[in-house]
Write a protein that binds this ligand. Structure first.
Ligand SMILES: [Zn+2]
Length: 300
């Protein structure tokens, strides 16, 4: 699973040295709770491409192991903007809605799809039910314990954080640096725990396709906002997934994995806001508990 980025990550170890206490936490994350927890900061896992009309990648094994469908759409090979799912953007609305309809058809076991107008905030909504399109403003994360509801956030460099309590609930969060700094992970975990009554050790987490530390050059406000210490003269680099994983470790999670894909390094397959200087579209990161039932879409 090694790739050139591993050395880049290792190279950033120096940036993290002021947080010496973090080493212990990361050490804990490297010790999987079972032999099947294959991901770790040292050994990222890669979402695997799914064949079909909709370009998408799934987190390996989650469908079989947990009955959960989780992944992210990709750029695809259409000319022009590709499989852009960016509502509230400059992309033509008809084109984008058509992509969303195709995306929904590709996952027919879900009777509802939730999408928020994201604001880099920390509002996380728990859904108890619903059908068709569920669209809410100002939402950067979703939680549900209901099978058949597909939760989505749109992404192009920010980190999609997937959470699940096996057999009981799922969540997805949109975590850029602002959301990370403001505590969206904590909010999502709180809501997941409050609806399931689980302990942090029961929660499985995956930091999905987003920008890697090597590609994410930032100002001092981002370093400090994410809990780092500004050392030397910039520019600096922040690995958001590493920050989120460290935080998860502090909060008592031990079943945490990370993606080996970088939206910027791997821009041929994904969208990167940063690498495209704002020109790219948006991907949908999604998670839901499958019903496996034959379902007719109410609004299609
Ligand atoms: Zn990268």
């Amino acid at each position: 699973m090694g790739n050139p980025r591993d050395s880049g990550k290792a190279g950033q170890g120096g940036d993290r040295s002021p947080q010496g206490a973090g080493q212990g936490r990361r050490g804990a994350l490297r010790a999987p709770s079972t032999a099947q927890e294959i991901g770790s900061p040292s050994f990222p896992i890669r979402e695997t491409p799914v064949t079909g009309n909709v370009p998408r990648f799934e987190i390996p094994d989650w469908r079989e192991k947990y009955g959960v469908v989780a992944g992210i759409t990709g750029r695809g090979d259409q000319p022009g903007r590709g499989f852009d799912l960016g509502l509230w953007s400059e992309a033509p609305v008809g084109l984008v809605m058509n992509h969303w309809r195709n995306f929904r058809r590709a996952l027919p076991e879900f009777t509802a799809v939730a999408l928020g107008q994201q604001v880099h905030g920390v509002e996380v909504m728990t859904l108890d039910g619903g059908a068709g399109w569920i669209q809410v403003e100002g939402i950067d994360g979703w939680v549900t314990s209901r099978p058949g509801i597909l939760l989505t956030v749109t992404i192009a460099d920010c980190i999609p954080v997937y959470l699940l309590v096996p057999g009981r609930a799922v969540a997805v969060l949109h975590a850029g640096w602002r959301g990370t700094a403001r505590g969206i992970l904590e909010r999502g975990l709180n809501q997941l725990q409050s609806i399931t009554g689980c302990s942090p050790a029961d929660i499985v987490m995956h930091c999905g396709v987003g920008i890697c530390g090597q590609c994410y050059e930032v100002g001092s406000e981002v370093v400090e906002g994410c809990g780092g210490q500004v050392v030397g003269s910039g520019p600096w680099h922040v690995d958001l997934r590493e920050r989120l994983m460290d935080r998860a470790g502090e909060l008592g999670l031990s079943r945490v994995t990370t993606s080996g894909w970088c939206s910027a390094h791997d821009r041929a397959s994904f969208y990167s806001h940063r690498a495209s200087q704002g020109g790219d579209g948006r991907m949908a990161a999604y998670i839901g508990m499958s019903t496996h039932a034959a379902v007719v879409h109410p609004h299609q």
